[in-house]
Design a protein around this ligand. Structure first.
Ligand code: NAD
Length: 417
């Protein structure tokens, strides 16, 4: 039998099954959730700059649309395959339902290596992929967004291609667009900001004062640097940060604005004079109130989970805690804000982008941030309630909230007998 812990699709199925059992709803719910409602596999022919033809494999999975159109990113990566795309669409269903967004989960991608494509080839690939799936996507059907190795420029080409096919500007097709063609203020920093909002809400529920709390952040990229910056702005003491070259530690707290300026100038954290060097391993095990793993998967494992001293782990990265480590942390009383909530700020502001496109009304960054805080806090409260009611980890509680909401939608829509 296949090892469910290795295949992300089998793992996602397992999580849905557990939620259905804990909630005590009928197995038909699991039968509907264990696979995407629709899955498309397409050929993506691209004329190379030398005139030859390369044909790539593209995918789009629409897992469940009981709550609304499906929504989820597009990745361009050599490892993209059917099972990965299906699993990621299932996680998007959970994220969207947990955040109470009127969406189901979707995901897509093309198996390709962007590093060997010229800009023109990348543009042709983006346009051809959208052409290939144009019949099954749309602002009221399925709304893509950027993911691994795709960005706002690629979203711009894609929305342009779709608009040409439709013969009308259709900015609500896709999110993560450049601001000038309907992108949202606050989108770039949304994931890191949302992570801090969710974690601060949990700290509040646990009676931990966020201002003045000791924080360590692993990873200083899009998610980690923003999380560190927002923590600093909210008065937390950011005692350690790190990137792939190692970490920095300062007992009195790091001035994150100064560090961001240093990194802009030196393109690295290395050599920052107002902190001492530590390893990434040391960072994870520091005596802090809150630890944000915001770099890579599998950072907190059965090997080091016993030594984690943080009271809260706020997952910014996808899958930074292994399932065995999750159990160890739960037994130690360490609360983990799971990735499905921790990094859901991006899809939440994507939803705001779509609302702004559909209503042709645009919001200020402050307005976006305030709404983001409300959505993150409400999701955390719902998840925490499930955690207390069923005595399960917050990660399992996230699935309970999501599956309960989707079940209710499927029931009133008449999908269940
Ligand atoms: P990024 O490439 O901008 O930054 C990654 C950071 O991690 C860099 O600072 C890098 O130096 C650091 N890093 C790499 N290896 C490391 C190591 N061994 N130890 C410590 N640090 C290391 O990526 P990102 O967009 O910030 O994404 C980080 C994580 O968050 C990924 O797991 C990603 O899938 C997830 N995520 C990101 C978003 C988003 O909106 N950017 C949304 C959802 C999930």
């Amino acid at each position: 039998m296949a090892d469910a812990s290795l295949n992300p699709y089998l793992r996602a199925q397992q999580s849905f099954k557990e939620a259905v059992e804990v909630l005590g709803v009928e197995m038909a719910v699991y039968d509907l959730l264990k696979q995407p409602l629709r899955f498309f596999e397409v050929a993506v022919p691209v004329v190379r700059d030398d005139g030859s033809l390369a044909v790539f494999r593209g995918y789009r999975s629409q897992h469940n649309d009981a709550l609304g159109p499906t929504k989820g990113g597009l990745r361009f990566h050599p490892d993209v395959d059917a099972d990965e795309v299906k699993a990621l669409s299932m996680w998007m269903t959970v994220k969207c339902a947990l955040l109470n967004l009127p969406y189901g989960g979707g995901k897509g991608g093309v198996a390709c290596d962007v590093d060997v494509l010229s800009d023109r080839e990348l543009e042709r690939l983006s346009r051809e992929y959208i052409r290939a799936i144009s019949l099954v996507i749309g602002p009221d059907k399925d709304i893509p967004a950027p993911d691994v190795s795709t960005n706002s420029q690629i979203m711009a080409w894609m929305v342009d291609e779709y608009s040409r096919i439709r013969g009308e500007n259709t900015f609500g097709l896709i999110t993560g667009k450049p601001l000038i063609i309907g992108g949202s203020a606050g989108r770039v920093k949304a994931t890191g900001r949302g992570l801090v909002f969710a974690t601060r809400q949990l700290a509040h529920a646990l009676g931990i004062e966020f201002a003045g709390s000791r924080v360590a952040v692993q990873g200083f990229g899009n998610v980690g640097s923003v999380a560190a910056e927002i923590c600093f702005q909210l008065g937390a003491r950011v005692v350690a940060v790190s990137d792939k070259d190692g970490g920095l530690y300062a007992e009195e707290g790091i001035d994150v604005q100064k560090l961001l300026a240093f990194k802009r100038e030196h393109l690295s954290l290395k050599g920052y004079p107002e902190a001492e060097f530590i390893t990434n391993q040391q960072l994870l095990e520091l005596p802090v109130d809150i630890l944000f793993p915001a770099a890579l998967e599998n950072q907190i494992t059965a090997d080091n989970a016993h030594r984690i001293q943080a009271r809260i782990v706020g997952e910014g990265a996808n899958g930074p805690t292994t399932p065995e480590a999750d159990g160890i942390l739960f037994d130690k009383g360490v609360m983990v804000v799971p990735d499905v909530l921790g990094n859901a700020g991006g899809v939440t502001v994507s939803y705001f982008e779509w609302v702004q496109n559909q209503t042709r009304t645009y919001w200020s960054e402050d307005e976006v941030n305030q709404r983001l805080e409300t959505y993150m806090a409400k999701a955390m409260i719902a998840m925490h309630e499930m955690h207390e009611r069923f005595g399960v980890t917050l990660r399992k509680a996230a699935y309970l909230v999501a599956v309960a909401r989707i079940t209710e939608a499927m029931r009133v829509r008449g999908w269940l007998t």
